[in-house]
Design a protein around this ligand. Sequence first.
Ligand SMILES: [Zn+2]
Length: 95
Amino acid sequence: MGCRRRAPAAELLRIIAIENGAGHSLSPDPGRNRPGRGAHLHLDPACFTLAQRRRAFGRALRITTGAPDTGELAEYLRASTTTSGHPTGRGSQAR
Ligand SMILES: [Zn+2]
């Protein structure tokens, strides 16, 4: 989503937007089973940064109430990509 690289679905993280009262926050959905409109992002902080810069989340998730809170998602990406240098978040991570 952020970049234009193609990747197999297994390497993409599903993201959904959750209403939090003040707006929306982005939440990772590694199990791909949570309801709602989803967007897909490479499990890669660089891709996340790009998507953020392009406001791609708001467009993909139809968020019209300002910039979504990306804190939870940023934390998830950091945790998933710093352990081995390779993405590990394939849906097995406990919360
Ligand atoms: Zn990407």
